[in-house]
Design a protein around this ligand. Structure first.
Ligand SMILES: *Cc1c(COP(=O)(O)O)cnc(C)c1O
Length: 384
């Protein structure tokens, strides 16, 4: 029975040309890498600040291993929580301006933990339509009723908010597939006027936007009740934290099952993450470098159909249908640029795109070469 279901689902993906494959890289995450018999510039990673391949950060992790050994050995409430974890929490609280930070081993589990532990049947969860899969899935599985508002549409959010129910509004700070920003100050205003709570998932904003990289909320001068930051993007590692008040922190420590019943991240990793947080705050050159690369990218591609200007390292290039998206991806790969084709169901139908990400480790020439390849493809394919 299960086998038949599995085969049918796999076949369906294949016929729709939507099947996905895992790419096995030989080296680690680098600005360029070898795959098969050639070298590619990596425009696919979320390592926006270049920390994943930073020697300084690797050294910090090694130092952590020397100090704390390999694994944490237990969940946080048992014996898995060390001074390294405590210091990471404190660093995040000071930097981001919250009373408490609760650590999770991934952003996916942090989002699930918050929604599952906070929401009850009589509550209303209101989410931006384009929120990350982890938030959408948690919302669907939670006992609360869920409504979605049109992407970044504050008027629609206001309509959707209920007067009878206690509501939690959830948005991303920076949207992962479009690289655009949520109108956070307006969302915060509506949310507080309607006596609801606001949760911001700033996976793609922290480290990049705001003063000293404090993220989208800092940039918009707001403070949500709940801020989720993940460590797999600008931090160059993995894991996540929920920033909140002392009482919500206590509550999550008691009731967030992904925290209570899951092994704490290795203390060496917490040690490295504290170092990454310091690098993100202090190494302004990484943000400056990114800004320069945005300028290069924008100047080269401005006016080309499919080009979208963004204030973030995420540069979607919109192709439309699946075939054209795959053709552009192929053609860019031929020219030595590794990019990701994003297809439905990850993005809405007919908005297939190439998701290009810039990092502080790219050179100006790499970005210019990429732009030239896009222009060549565009000239050839918009004529015929
Ligand atoms: C990547 C991402 C997550 C998941 O974080 P992981 O640490 O990779 O599990 C959650 N939310 C958003 C918006 C993301 O982009």
């Amino acid at each position: 029975m299960f086998s038949r279901r599995i085969d049918a689902a796999l076949e369906g993906r294949k016929t729709a040309a939507l099947d996905r494959k895992i790419t096995v890289l030989e080296g680690g995450n680098q600005p360029s890498f070898r795959f098969g018999d050639r070298c590619y510039t990596n425009f696919s990673s979320n390592d926006y600040m270049g920390l994943a391949s930073s020697n300084e950060l690797s050294k910090a992790w090694q130092e952590g291993i020397n100090k704390y050994g390999a694994g944490s050995g237990a969940s946080p409430l048992v014996t898995g929580f060390s001074t390294a974890h405590k210091r990471l929490e404190q660093t995040l609280c000071t930097w981001l301006g919250f009373e408490r930070a609760i650590l999770f081993s991934s952003g996916f589990s942090a989002n699930q933990a918050v929604l599952f532990s906070l929401l009850e049947k009589q509550d209303l969860l209101v989410q931006d339509k384009l929120n990350h899969a982890s938030l959408m899935e948690a919302g669907m599985l939670s006992p609360a009723s869920m409504k979605r508002f049109k992407h970044n549409d504050v008027n629609h959010l206001n309509e959707v908010l209920s007067t009878e129910k206690q509501s939690l509004v959830v948005t991303e700070g920076v949207f992962s597939m479009d690289g655009d920003l949520a109108p956070l100050s307006e969302i915060a205003e509506v949310t507080s006027r309607r006596e609801s709570w606001l949760m911001v998932d700033d996976a793609h904003g922290v480290g990049i936007l705001g003063e000293n990289g404090a993220g989208s909320c800092n940039e918009a001068s707001i403070k949500p009740q709940i801020l989720v930051v993940t460590f797999g993007k600008a931090f160059g590692l993995s894991g996540a934290a929920v920033l909140c008040s002392a009482s919500l922190g206590d509550y999550l420590t008691q009731f967030a099952r992904h925290h209570v019943y899951s092994t704490a991240i290795p203390p060496s990793q917490a040690h490295a993450l504290t170092h990454a947080a310091t690098m993100l705050q202090n190494q302004h050159w990484r943000r400056d470098k990114l800004m320069n690369l945005y300028d290069t990218y924008n100047a080269a591609l401005f006016g080309i159909p499919g080009f979208v200007e963004t204030k973030t390292p995420i540069k979607p290039f919109i192709c439309g249908d699946v075939t054209k998206t795959m053709m552009l991806a192929e053609s860019l790969k031929k020219a030595g640029n590794w990019v990701t084709a994003i297809r439905p169901p990850t993005v809405p139908k007919e908005s297939g795109r190439i998701r290009i990400t810039l990092t502080a480790n790219h050179t100006k020439k790499q970005v210019t070469d990429l732009a030239n390849s896009i222009i060549q493809f565009s000239e050839k394919n918009n004529k015929g």
